[in-house]
Write a protein that binds this ligand. Structure first.
Ligand code: GDP
Length: 530
């Protein structure tokens, strides 16, 4: 069952992945079916609230209030066959691309869900590009085959052309729309038929001796059968065969066709994730990489969520374990501060309920409640000074000035802003000259969410107003050159919440000019978090 027989079995059976898709393609429905087949929920409908919650802004805020739901859904663990799946949720709204990016640093693979009628949509494409940066293996689920969909070859072509990845059919749909009756499983020569009577049930598969098996005619109307045989023959001729290595390298994606709402195709997809999806992978780190089979525990924070319980100012840091076998109560070194932390009440996200984690293995996600010590990008180890890398922070694309409604509350506001900065919800810049703060985000909705959270969680009304700046760049380079540069450009310089220097401007021209005038100063749009 594994390409890595050298891994401890508990690690080898783990599959940690995220779902990428365009809104409405069926991510929530598919998640729900995963949980259903993983035995984590009893019936469909239990995670619905979340999918619906992000449709409108007010509902989104409601979800934020009801953080219990959104948090437990941030990472979900469930078992399927011999596998332990860890499904990490990517934020649905396109405004949160940075958060999404970091989420994708915590997984080993992605399931790409596309709508069979719509093909590759904008958000899918963006998320795909992020996966590609890390060569993440991608498994594709073409959903909503029970509706009028595009021609199967056309869908596959579109993915190949649009995303420049080889596509190999793992299953082939039989009929389309109202006539969709199921799929032929090309990897196992099985017939999978849809159970139209019960949406939560999956019909047993029918084993066949290849496409010419006469028993096919017992289940498939003659016209559909003829078409199926023709198409599969053509597909086998024209499309590449499954190459597991190529899938693991992110150059090929197998595609399954199905209908999540009818529970159809989901089981085969899950089997596919187990069979062709990667085990926990090596984590890039400095000064050396971390291998999952190392006996000592190491993990890194990829997400922080604060104020989950408004009564307590606690936060949960989501940690992806990169190596080892973690047990509750373990003492781990927080590498940035060199302090030792006893991890006494880690949380494991078993579907709908948060549960105390007694143990966890490389590949798992655990939540660590803390009072702000743990930040995005932080590494925890059993003592070794090693830092996970590749968890970047992006320069915000929108900047606004922020002031407290009551000037006496400026200190209070600073505290609130710093907290959101540490959560990764916004960038906060303190200009060298003048007062107040400049807040930077990637999407405009985040300003509203922030204002509303500051008011709700800190009782502070705030005003956002346009800033004179529109771009921010981190300043790096030779120390003396940076000092000289800062002295000359004080009106443009600020510090971020880690006290790193930032250059603010409204002109791309300025950025280009500095490149020429100060060859030893580097302005960058991303920064490694640590
Ligand atoms: P998300 O936005 O990607 O999470 O999508 P949802 O799972 O919320 O699904 C969007 C809509 O498509 C909902 O109304 C679902 O009921 C519907 N839907 C999901 N899967 C299927 C499917 O297989 N067939 C059909 N016909 N509708 C589906």
């Amino acid at each position: 069952m594994t390409n890595r027989p050298d891994l401890p079995p508990e690690i080898a059976r783990r599959r940690t992945f995220a779902i990428i898709s365009h809104p409405d393609a069926g991510k929530t429905t598919l998640t729900e079916k995963f949980l259903l087949f993983g035995g984590a929920i009893q019936m469909a409908g239990q995670v619905r609230a979340k999918g619906e919650a992000r449709r409108t802004r007010s509902d989104f805020m409601q979800m934020e209030k009801d953080r219990g739901i959104s948090v437990s859904a941030s990472a979900m663990s469930f078992d399927f066959k011999n596998f332990r799946f860890n499904l990490v949720d990517t934020p649905g709204h396109s405004d949160f691309s940075e958060d999404t990016y970091r989420t994708l640093t915590a997984v080993d693979a992605a399931v790409m869900v596309i709508d069979g009628a719509k093909g590759v949509e904008s958000q899918t494409r963006k998320l795909f590009e992020v996966c590609r940066l890390r060569d993440l293996p991608i498994l594709t689920f073409c959903n909503k085959m029970d509706r009028e969909s595009r021609d199967t070859f056309e869908i596959i072509d579109e993915i190949q052309e649009n995303l420049a990845i080889d596509v190999t059919p793992a299953s082939w749909p039989i009929g389309v729309g109202r006539d969709f009756i199921g799929c032929y499983d090309l990897l196992h020569d099985r017939l999978e038929l849809i159970d139209k009577a019960d949406r939560n049930k999956v019909a047993d598969s029918i084993r066949l001796d290849g496409l010419d098996d006469p028993r096919m005619a017992d289940h498939i109307p003659a016209d559909l059968l003829e078409k199926l045989r023709e198409e599969v023959e053509m597909a086998r001729e024209l499309l590449p065969a499954l190459n597991p290595q190529s899938v693991l390298e992110g150059h090929m994606t197998p595609i399954w066709f199905g209908s999540a709402i009818n529970s159809f195709g989901v089981r085969e997809l899950m089997e596919g994730i187990g069979e062709y999806g990667p085990e926990p992978q090596v984590q890039k780190a400095s000064p050396r990489d971390i291998a999952p089979e190392e006996p000592k525990v190491a993990g890194f924070v990829f997400k922080v969520q604060a104020n989950m319980d408004p009564k307590h100012r606690d936060r949960v840091a989501f940690v992806r374990l990169a190596s080892g076998h973690f047990e509750r109560g373990m003492k781990l070194t927080h590498v940035r501060s060199k302090k030792v932390m006893a991890i006494s009440s880690p949380v494991l996200f078993l579907a709908a309920d948060r549960e105390l984690a007694e143990e966890a293995w490389a590949g798992d996600i655990i939540g660590i409640p803390n009072h702000g010590q743990l930040r995005i990008g932080d590494t925890l180890t059993e003592g070794e000074a090693i830092r996970a890398t590749g968890i970047p922070s992006f320069a915000p694309e929108l900047l606004q000035q922020v002031r407290a409604g009551d000037p006496m509350k400026a200190k209070h506001l600073e505290k609130a802003l710093m907290q959101f900065a540490e959560e990764g919800a916004a960038k906060v810049f303190k200009p060298m000259i003048g007062s107040g703060f400049i807040v930077g985000v990637v999407g405009a909705l985040q300003f509203e969410v922030l204002a509303s959270r500051i008011e709700m969680e800190y009782g502070l009304p705030v005003n956002f107003s346009p800033s004179q700046f529109t771009s921010a760049r981190w300043v790096a380079g030779d120390k003396a050159a940076v000092e000289k540069f800062v002295n000359v450009n004080k009106q443009h310089i600020a510090t971020d919440n880690d006290d790193d220097l930032v250059y603010l401007t409204r002109l791309q021209w300025d950025i280009d000019r500095i490149g020429r005038d100060y060859p030893d100063v580097k302005l960058t749009a991303t920064k490694e978090m640590m």
